[in-house]
Design a protein around this ligand. Structure first.
Ligand code: DAT
Ligand code: MG
Length: 143
């Protein structure tokens, strides 16, 4: 997900480009204003933490861009591309390292496991929004 700060800062194109250039396949993509109830579910693992309310408020404060990305090692690779949760600790070259300073404005979200991905995809997408297709460059990305 490109969070509302990424959208407001005009980074959507650049960030989608990173995913495409990596060779990962975007199989769903949409912009939406996340309803509060869904944001609470999205971040349910953090319920009760001191930053939870701010987090829910932030993620619902403006449009975000939601993507489903497919590819070998996609979950781990997207997390690596996103970088450390705190942008001031994120390595340059990562999205948070290149585009962020504070944890509460860290530009992107990535599912942290297959289990989370399955849960989050079901939370944000209808099955009909997820598309099955081949990228023409796949033989040049996979051996
Ligand atoms: P990540 O987004 O890297 O998976 P997380 O799941 O631990 O990180 O936290 C979810 C989001 O909550 C994170 O992107 C930003 C916010 N957050 C996490 N820890 C925080 C903290 N200590 N203070 C403020 N916001 C925090
Ligand atoms: Mg997380």
């Amino acid at each position: 997900m490109i969070k509302p700060d990424g959208v407001q800062r005009g980074l959507v194109g650049k960030l989608v480009q990173r995913i495409e250039e990596k060779g990962l396949k975007i199989i769903a993509l949409k912009m939406s204003l996340m309803p509060t109830e869904r944001a609470k579910k999205h971040y349910a693992e953090h319920a009760g933490k001191k930053f939870y309310n701010d987090l829910v408020e932030f993620i619902t404060c403006g449009p975000s861009v939601l993507l489903v990305v497919e590819g070998k090692g996609a979950i781990a690779d997207i997390r690596k591309m996103n970088g450390a949760t705190n942008p001031s600790e994120a390595v340059p070259g990562t999205i948070r390292g290149d585009f962020g300073i504070e944890t509460g404005r860290n530009v992107v979200h990535g599912s942290d496991s297959l289990e989370s991905a399955v849960r989050e995809i079901a939370l944000h997408f209808q099955p009909s929004e997820i598309l099955d297709y081949k990228r023409i460059d796949e033989p040049w990305i996979y051996e």
